[in-house]
Design a protein around this ligand. Structure first.
Ligand SMILES: [Zn+2]
Ligand SMILES: [Zn+2]
Length: 345
């Protein structure tokens, strides 16, 4: 099978390897689609290289067809269409045992070398534990199925924020997760959804996927005034930060209403300065959100019902041989890609 091995920044090598054998409790999946995540792009450019060390096969956003099953697997059979949950969880820790497997004490990710060096899905076949698969509804394509992980994150961040009927929700950052969170906030009952980004092109897509108001945050003070004026001077009920920079978190707490919630999902760096007094004296709830648990099944159900639209978000598709083109498209200055999917088969 063909595999795209990450050799060094800006370079992949397409190599031939034996198709792995599904061991006990494992399923061999023929990979039809694998998305490129922002967390893959930084190491590609040489940043955060410990997350994707050279020699690794990247890819944690994947969907495909069951090719064969190992001993003891009864839930899946050859030909089943599946989406991959890339968060390998242990089933033993207290969080797994209480259903919060996105918080698993022993979690690691496929296509990552952060905790454990584990190859991912930028190759033709992937062997994975049977518990990591979700059934892909018949009317959901593989490219859409590969969006399980970013969409799961988007669903969770909206649920963590407790978005309710009539709320005004501002989403900072219009990458794939932000653009799905805009749609999810609407499903949750938001009365007004405000998209905030520095990119007018991304704001254009935000409008197409359902944002009521799109604000360019190039001028942060005027963005704050805009959000306040849209909410009778109060500020938004819930702010979702899917960008993750000091200025977006500052804008988030400044434009959140008193007693409102700021949900933190994005992180451009591990430590961020933001105006703490805004948080304290406005009694803002600051909430973290990571990965997804029960949201996985929800995403597939909502995709199947056509309630989440990904056609404007999946902007590029490339065969495995052209993986470098896909990555290069994503880092092009002023480039137009949001989500690029690699199709290995
Ligand atoms: Zn990802
Ligand atoms: Zn666990």
């Amino acid at each position: 099978m063909k595999c795209a091995v990450f050799k060094e920044p800006y370079n992949f090598e397409i190599v031939n390897r034996d198709i792995p054998l599904a061991g006990k409790g494992q399923v061999l999946v023929k990979i039809m689609a694998a998305g490129i995540c922002g967390s893959d792009i930084s190491p590609y450019t040489g940043r955060d290289i410990q997350r994707r060390q050279p020699g690794i096969i990247m890819g944690h956003e994947a969907a495909g067809i069951v090719e064969s099953v190992g001993e003891g697997v009864t839930a899946w059979k050859k030909g089943d269409r599946v989406a991959v949950n890339p968060q390998i969880y242990c089933e033993k820790c207290i969080y797994c045992r209480t259903g919060a497997y996105n918080l698993c004490d022993n979690m690691f990710l496929i296509g990552s070398s952060k905790r454990v060096f584990l190859d991912g899905a930028m190759c033709q076949y992937l062997c994975i534990s049977d518990k990591q698969l979700l059934s892909l509804p018949g009317n959901v394509g593989y490219n859409e199925g590969a969006m399980l992980d970013p969409a799961g994150n988007a669903f969770r961040v909206v649920r963590c924020g407790g978005v309710g009927v009539g709320d005004t929700v501002a989403v900072m950052g219009c990458g794939a997760i932000g653009l799905i969170a805009i749609q999810t906030a609407r499903i949750a009952g938001a009365g007004k959804v405000i998209a905030v980004s520095r990119s007018d092109r991304k704001l254009g897509i935000a409008g197409e996927v359902g944002a009521d108001v799109c604000i360019n945050s190039g001028d942060a003070a005027s963005a704050e005034r805009r959000i306040k004026s849209l909410t009778n001077g109060k500020g938004a009920d819930v702010i979702i930060d899917a960008a993750g920079f000091a200025d977006t978190y500052a804008l988030a707490v400044k434009s959140c209403k008193k007693g409102g919630a700021v949900v933190a999902l994005g992180y451009g760096s591990t430590h961020i300065n933001f105006p703490l007094t805004e948080l304290i004296f406005k009694e803002i709830r600051l909430i973290g959100s990571t990965g997804f648990a029960a949201e996985g099944e929800m995403v597939l159900e909502y995709l199947s019902k056509g309630l989440i639209k990904l056609d404007k978000i999946i902007t590029g598709r490339f065969p495995l041989e052209d993986i470098k083109k896909g990555f290069d498209k994503l880092i092009e200055p002023g480039g137009s890609e949001i989500k690029v999917i690699i199709n290995p088969n």
